[in-house]
Design a protein around this ligand. Structure first.
Ligand code: PEP
Ligand code: MN
Length: 338
C-alpha cells in the first residue's frame, strides 16, 4: 500500500506514520514531491491496519498497490528517477547513448572504438568482457583483462563504462574497473545474481529476458532495488516471437507501458533486437520517438571481422550519421542530447 500525505504535511506527521509502519516490522519508503509526500509500505501488510493509519494526522488517503513490485512501482515514486553513471546521468530529460563493441577484443580495438563513439556523442562505452554466447565454442570474452582495458579506455576518453556480469566473481571484478554493470537477457531471472547486483554498489542496467513479460522484468528490478540499490535502468532488447526476419522482435510498446508503471529510466537496444546493422538506425529513432531515455548500440571498427555480433554492428561512419539524425527526434520529444 501507499499512504498519501496531505499537501505540505508536517515532518512530525510523516515521522509518526513511518514509526507506526516500522514498529510493526515493515519497511517504509519515502517519496517527497514538491508538495505531497508518499509513504510506500513494503512487507507483510496483515501486520498493520488501514483503519489505524487513516486517523493519523495529515494522512490524506491510503491506496492499495496490487502489483507485486513495489519499489520499482511508479505509485511508490511518482517522479521519474535519474541514475548517475560515472560522470553522466541517465534520465529523465536527456538522451544517453551507450555504444561500443559487443566484445572487448584488444586494448587497441577498444581505444579506437571509444574515441570514435565519443566524438559522435556517446557518453557511455559498452564492451563485453564476459560473453554469454549461445555456443560454448564461440569467443567467451577476455574477462578481467577486458575489464582493465575498459577502465583504461574510460580514463583516456572521459567516457563512463558498462560491462555485463554473469557471476558473483564477475561482479567482484567489475566493481574495480567499470561504472555500471549489466545483467544480460539470459540472466534476467537469475535471482542470486540480481541480489548480488543489488549489493554491488554500482548502477545496474537490467536487460529484458528473451521471453520475459513486463511484470516479470519489473519483479527482477525489484530484486535489485530491494537489496538497497535504487540505481536500476531497464533495457528493451527485443523478445522472442515467431518472426524470423529479425533476430528478435523489438517491443517498443514496452517503453510506453514501462513509462506508465515505473519511475526507472528505460533504454532501447536496436542492435540485439534486430540483429542486422541496416535496421539499427530506424529502430533507434523509433526508440527515441516513443520515449526512451537512451540507446545501447553496438559499434565496431571492422564489423566483418568482429569476434561477436559483427552483422548487427555499425561502422564509425554509420554510427556518426545516426547520432546526427537522432537530434531532430530528440527535439520533438523535448530531450536534450549533448
Ligand atoms: C550484450 O549487450 O552484449 C548482450 C549479450 O545483450 P543481451 O543480453 O540483450 O543478449
Ligand atoms: Mn552483442
Amino acid at each position: 500500500m501507499i499512504i498519501v500525505m496531505k499537501p505540505n504535511a508536517a515532518e512530525s506527521s510523516i515521522l509518526a506514520v513511518t514509526q507506526y509502519i516500522e514498529k510493526n516490522g515493515l519497511k517504509s519508503h519515502l517519496s517527497k514531491g514538491e508538495e505531497v509526500t508518499i509513504i510506500g509500505v513494503v512487507g507483510d501488510k496483515s501486520r498493520i491496519s488501514s483503519e489505524n493509519l487513516i486517523v493519523y494526522k495529515d494522512v490524506d488517503r491510503i491506496v492499495p498497490v496490487t502489483e507485486s513490485y513495489k519499489l520499482a512501482n511508479k505509485k511508490f515514486h511518482p517522479e521519474a528517477t535519474s541514475v548517475k553513471v560515472g560522470n553522466t546521468v541517465i534520465g529523465p530529460d536527456n538522451l544517453t547513448i551507450m555504444a561500443g563493441p559487443c566484445a572487448v577484443e584488444t586494448e587497441e580495438q577498444l581505444m579506437t572504438i571509444a574515441r570514435a563513439v565519443k566524438s559522435s556523442g556517446a557518453t557511455i562505452l559498452r564492451g563485453g568482457a564476459y560473453k554469454p554466447r549461445t555456443s560454448p565454442y564461440s569467443f567467451q570474452g577476455l574477462e578481467e583483462e577486458g575489464l582493465r582495458y575498459m577502465r583504461t579506455a574510460g580514463q583516456e576518453t572521459g567516457l563512463s563504462t558498462i560491462c555485463e556480469v554473469v557471476s558473483q566473481e564477475a561482479i567482484e571484478a567489475a566493481v574495480k574497473y567499470v561504472d555500471m554493470i549489466q545483467i544480460g537477457a539470459r540472466n534476467m531471472q537469475n535471482f542470486i545474481l540480481l541480489k548480488e547486483a543489488g549489493r554491488s554498489g554500482l548502477p545496474v542496467l537490467l536487460k529484458r529476458g528473451l521471453c520475459a513479460t513486463i511484470d516479470e522484468w519489473l519483479n527482477a528490478a525489484e530484486y535489485i532495488i530491494s537489496e538497497g540499490n535504487p540505481d536500476v535502468v531497464l533495457c528493451e532488447r527485443g523478445i522472442r516471437t515467431y518472426e524470423t526476419s529479425t533476430r528478435n522482435t523489438l517491443d517498443l510498446s514496452a517503453v510506453a507501458v514501462l513509462k506508465e508503471r515505473t519511475h526507472l529510466p528505460v533504454i532501447v537496444d536496436p542492435s540485439h533486437s534486430t540483429g542486422a546493422y541496416k535496421y539499427v538506425p530506424p529502430m533507434a529513432k523509433a526508440g527515441v520517438a516513443c520515449g526512451a531515455d537512451g540507446l545501447m548500440i553496438e559499434v565496431h571498427n571492422d564489423p566483418a571481422h568482429a569476434l561477436s555480433d559483427g552483422p548487427q554492428s555499425l561502422t564509425f561512419e554509420k554510427f556518426d550519421k545516426l547520432t546526427k539524425e537522432l537530434k531532430p527526434f530528440c527535439d520533438v520529444v523535448g530531450r536534450s542530447f549533448e
